[in-house]
Design a protein around this ligand. Structure first.
Ligand code: N01
Length: 535
């Protein structure tokens, strides 16, 4: 792109001012690096800036879903509820931006459209949509894992006379559904959160489901002062333990197999964790459902029973019970989702029986019916993990295109660097724990690892850091081997890229767990950052 302005020169360009970008900026400053954050939104917060739909909240408990790097910060932020709402998480991230004086190095409404490595200067040039140019030795992509919306275009979409709302591009002043007839397309985490709140206001809701989800009740509630004080007092231990666990949360479950206990005890253990609420504890009740289909069948049967119980109507329940292994697609957490589907003014439309044929002027036509609606909500998901960076399509050595490389396979060394793209770091990139864990922990792991790697290079008087092809190939093979020991490849999901036409098929999150991954990266760092070349 041509530009007449003089580029702004920094040591580091960070793309994205979400959880990762904010912490990366703070960390760069502590390393003495001059960094700037380029953020496409008009505010900080990333995911929690964009996803303002009704009911948006996190499915990791608020006491775990926060930064651990500053003790005063974690002592002073008083989370209100067991599961924090989007406005509260956004307020927290705004607070972090102010508290650490980050805003002076954050450029808002700066949508990065290209990033190019220059062999001669061994640095990067980054352009924004509005014509600003930045140059730096390093680029850190803190672009998020669920930040590139997947917005399908349905036949006839332009003919529809009503309102189309996209969950991750929600109007900032909200939307009043009172008296409206509404179709919600999508029954993943987002659709499941939106539906009960829309149903409270709307005249009629059609829940348009293609693939059902397993959903666990949140049993959300206010946190008591005693509970908060106790958690804060033990934060150092809680955080330390989190980094040794599978999911980045200490679920306090014993490490036992489904088949070590009598059936009645297995059932009781599942029931206890179900009654606790949320997916984390339930998913780790036993250590084998993710790696053993027979153990998974036990979990699936238990959850199917709970769906039948909550739905009441056996025929409706059968349409809501998934037919894939528990955990192979993201478990959802809900407040009154199944109960909402029992309402007379809410109807489930099973798109597997009759797919959407077209939008019409007045609604949606499926293969066997016509649904007249005023509003269509698209809760259709994301081009996950690689989508945001693919959209920028960084150019590495010899002009190589990252998009083209990832069209073949979501290649990465540790999810941190891609061979052929020197000095470009990815936070929670493909083949790292990322979405299969508490994202705050995964992000802190990466920011701290990248910081160590940069220090390692600087200590040796070098500026160029890159992953070797051999190391990348080894990591790809290892990540695939781990994934193939699990049930993840058995379902089509956004974990495997299957929700995006033409996307390479691979289990993108590294499934060795936060604890296993921490051991790997510590060992690599101690071994002179094996697999990274600094020169
Ligand atoms: O997206 P999804 P999401 N016609 O991809 C359907 C996190 N998150 O935004 O599966 C009809 O899960 C699609 O059907 P199918 C969390 O990690 C967390 O809900 O393709 N339907 C599916 O039902 C989560 O997993 C929280 O058959 C179409 C749905 O749309 C991730 O974000 C809250 C369609 C998309 O579900 C993504 O969740 C929200 C089409 N053309 C999100 N295209 C919490 O913390 C897609 N669908 C609680």
């Amino acid at each position: 792109m041509s530009t007449t302005t003089i580029p702004e020169q920094r040591d580091v360009i960070i793309i994205g001012a979400g959880i990762a970008g904010l912490y990366m900026l703070h960390t760069c400053r502590t390393l003495g690096l001059d960094a700037v954050v380029l953020e496409r939104g008009d505010g900080v917060g990333g995911t929690w800036y964009w996803n303002r739909y009704p009911g948006a909240r996190c499915d990791v408990e608020s006491l775990d879903y926060s930064y651990s790097f500053d003790d005063d910060l974690q002592q002073e932020w008083r989370w209100a509820e067991k599961y924090a709402t989007q406005p509260e998480i956004l307020a927290y991230l705004d607070h972090v931006a102010d508290r650490f004086d980050l805003r002076r190095d954050i450029r808002l409404a700066a949508n990065v459209v290209s990033a190019e490595f220059d062999e001669r200067t061994e640095g990067w040039t980054v352009d924004t949509e509005d014509g600003r140019r930045f140059t730096a030795t390093y680029v850190v992509a803190a672009t998020g894992v669920l930040s590139q919306p997947k917005v399908p275009s349905f036949p006839g979409q332009d003919d529809f006379r009503g309102t189309v709302l996209v969950s991750s591009q929600w109007p900032s002043d909200g939307f009043d559904f009172t008296g409206k007839r509404v179709a919600v397309i999508g029954a993943g985490s987002t659709g499941i959160q939106i539906t009960p709140l829309v149903a409270e206001q709307a005249e009629q809701v059609f829940v348009m489901q293609r693939t059902p989800s397993y959903s666990i009740p949140a049993y959300n509630r206010l946190l008591t002062d005693e509970e908060f004080a106790a958690a804060v007092a033990e934060y150092p231990e809680r955080r330390r333990t989190a980094r040794t666990t599978l999911l980045g949360v200490d679920t306090r479950n014993p490490n036992v197999s489904t088949f070590e206990l009598p059936e009645a005890e297995v059932r009781a253990a599942y029931q206890r964790n179900f009654d606790y609420g949320g997916p984390m504890k339930l998913l780790t009740t036993f250590n084998d459902p993710i790696v053993d289909q027979r153990a998974n069948d036990v979990a699936a049967a238990f959850l199917a029973e709970r769906i039948r119980e909550r739905v009441g109507d056996p025929e409706l329940a059968e349409r809501l019970i998934p037919d894939y292994p528990v955990g192979s697609r993201r478990l959802c957490v809900d407040t009154d989702y199944y109960e909402t589907l029992r309402r007379d003014d809410v109807a489930l439309v099973d798109l597997r029986e009759a797919p959407i044929v077209t939008f019409t002027e007045s609604g949606i036509r499926t293969a066997d019916a016509e649904y007249a609606v005023d509003v269509i909500v698209l809760a259709t998901g994301f081009d996950a993990i690689t989508g945001a960076l693919r959209a920028i399509d960084p150019r590495g050595r010899y002009g190589a295109s990252l998009r083209r490389k990832w069209d073949e396979y979501p290649a990465s060394y540790l999810g941190v660097m891609v061979a052929g793209f020197p000095n470009l770091f990815t936070i929670t990139g493909p083949l790292s724990p990322s979405v299969n864990s508490n994202m705050f922990v995964a992000i802190e792991q990466h920011v701290e690892f990248i910081a160590r790697l940069l220090e390692h290079a600087v200590d040796r008087g070098h500026a160029l850091v890159e992953a070797t092809v051999k190391a990348e190939e080894g990591w790809i093979a290892h990540a695939a081997e781990v994934a193939n020991m699990t049930v993840f490849p058995l379902a089509d999901s956004w974990y495997t890229g299957a929700n995006i036409a033409g996307k390479a098929s691979a289990v993108m999150p590294y499934l060795g767990g936060i604890g296993g991954y921490q051991q790997v990266i510590d060992e690599i760092a101690d071994d002179d950052f094996r697999g990274f070349k600094v020169s």
